[in-house]
Design a protein around this ligand. Structure first.
Ligand code: ATP
Ligand code: MG
Length: 488
């Protein structure tokens, strides 16, 4: 009755004006500002709405009473969202703000090119007047940044390969991507724990170092060289890095790339927050140490050795030079994107030119070596569920006595543990026997001056059955080149 009375006595304009006056009056005396962030801004989606939804999802998952659950395409994680009129308190650098999620029914729609959703959704941000500047400035930037980070982490990792060499597909992309779900993490990686935490700290420093790189005027990139015998965990380390940082991986097969400009196109099409990997760099780059006329040694010009091209007649080296690669990794091209990690792996660090190894290129050299005692404990724990204070303590001591001399790779040790994983005692006995046999062999070899590693690789190469047209590859896949040429 009152409402209808009001409507008859006061015309709509007067009512609207008085509401506006009242609103002004209250907001003048209120100590808060209110900011509305609607989901649809006109006809476009409001990016800030999505970012707030994602940002609050992490805290909502903890304190929200009624949540909406979503899972995006290509993601294995669930995102929690606030539902109708739910509110959340957030604090940032000592400032408290309140978020409220408002969901209302949309008035019946007149014709619209893009039908709008039935419900009108939005957030209202309540901020103390004195904190307005800080909230509208760094707080909202922080929300956007956290939301981007969450979005990336929620998305599954992608592995990009340049299987087409450097040529572009119909969309102008030189890379092909597949979902990358590699189980390797720093927990599963068997290596010295001290070294492992140094690497993780270095990676975090890099990922959180945007302002440092800006301040020092350095390109926001970092190079890691993983070196060591086959089967020591170099590729596993790369997967662990990607999972640890939530970065995608670009597996760059240099021998598929023909020219420096193709290489540049490939590298410029990589996204930030990614790891660019060149495995077995000593095999992809043929160290051609050329002497110039007067016999002096010109700066090594490296040509990429490549097996004959797709057409039988095409043979010989590509025109990519290592300096072309270094020009990119050195940052000349990092203008097109930052926050990139380069990882080169090799079985033979001694074959690499110091120019490649200097800091600023390969900033951190990581030696993935034969299994040590601390690494063995990690493998026993991961494969057999073995804990330090288990009753087989005496057996562990016997293993530790022989592990260094045996010089066995984690790959070989994992093989023994996998084979007998259902019978822990048997696994430990078999492992001890294998370690003792290897240590014995090393001792004999040292006495006769034989390089066991080389011998093992040749044995492995001979054991691998050759397919038709397959080229025998051994000794870190590159020394065998002359044998390979002979066999062609
Ligand atoms: N340090 C390690 N920790 C845990 N597992 C390992 C480790 N090293 C090797 N492995 C096991 O051995 C297998 C081969 O390891 P990986 O491919 O990482 O070796 P690699 O050093 O890259 O060898 P290559 O030089 O031949 O490429 C992996 O699947 C993994 O299960
Ligand atoms: Mg590898």
């Amino acid at each position: 009755f009152c409402q209808s009375l009001l409507q008859t006595v006061f015309p709509p304009e007067l009512r609207f004006a008085s509401f506006k006056l009242l609103h002004r009056f209250f907001s003048y005396f209120s100590s808060y500002y209110y900011y509305d962030i609607t989901e649809i801004d006109g006809v476009n989606t409001n990016e800030l709405y999505n970012a707030v939804q994602l940002y609050l999802s992490s805290s909502a998952s903890i304190s929200g009473t009624r949540l909406s659950l979503t899972r995006n395409l290509n993601s294995s994680s669930i995102t929690y969202g606030l539902t109708n009129n739910d509110r959340l308190i957030d604090s940032y650098k000592g400032v408290t703000v309140e978020w409220e999620h408002i969901v209302t029914q949309r008035q019946a729609q007149t014709f619209s090119w893009r039908p709008l959703p039935e419900e009108k959704r939005g957030f209202t941000l309540r901020v103390r007047k004195k904190n307005k500047q800080m909230v509208l400035g760094s707080y909202l930037d922080y929300v956007m940044e956290k939301a981007n980070d969450l979005r990336r982490r929620n998305q599954d990792r992608l592995l990009y390969t340049n299987s087409r060499g450097g040529s572009l597909d119909s969309r102008g992309h030189p890379w092909e991507s597949v979902p990358f779900k590699h189980p390797s993490t720093f927990d599963t990686l068997a290596m010295d724990p001290v070294r492992k935490s140094e690497i993780m700290a270095d990676l975090l420093d890099f990922a959180n170092g945007e302002s440092f790189y800006q301040k020092t005027g350095r390109a926001w990139k970092r190079g890691y060289l993983l070196y060591g015998p086959p089967g020591t965990g170099k590729s596993s380390m790369i997967a662990a890095m990607a999972n640890f940082l939530g970065y995608d991986i670009y597996d760059l097969e240099l021998t598929e790339v023909n020219t420096n400009s193709e290489l540049r196109k490939l590298l410029m099409k990589t996204s930030s927050k990614s790891i660019i990997v060149i495995e077995d760099i000593d095999c992809s780059i043929n160290l051609a140490n050329r002497n110039n006329a007067d016999g002096g040694c010109r700066r090594n010009s490296f040509e990429i050795a490549s097996p004959p091209g797709p057409n039988a007649g095409e043979a010989g080296a590509n025109t990519i030079t290592l300096s072309g690669l270094l020009n990119f990794t050195d940052g000349l091209w990092s203008c097109c994107g930052s926050e990139r990690i380069f990882v080169f792996t090799t079985n033979h660090i001694d074959k690499l030119d110091p120019a490649l190894l200097r800091s600023g290129r390969m900033d951190m050299h990581i030696h993935m070596s034969y299994c040590s005692s601390p690494a063995l404990k990690i493998l026993l724990k991961n494969y057999l569920g073995y804990e330090e204070n288990d009753k087989e303590q005496e057996m562990l001591e016997q293993l530790e006595d022989v592990i260094e001399e045996a010089e066995m790779t984690p790959a070989d040790i994992s093989e023994v543990l996998i084979k007998y994983r259902r019978d822990r005692r048997r696994a430990l006995d078999e492992l001890l026997a294998a370690l003792k046999a290897k240590a014995e062999k090393n001792k004999r070899a040292k006495k006769n001056g034989v390089d066991v590693e080389e011998e093992e690789q040749e044995k492995r190469a001979l054991d691998t059955p050759l397919e038709d047209g397959d080229v025998q590859e051994n000794c870190s896949k590159c020394e065998g080149e002359d044998e390979a040429e002979k066999m062609q």
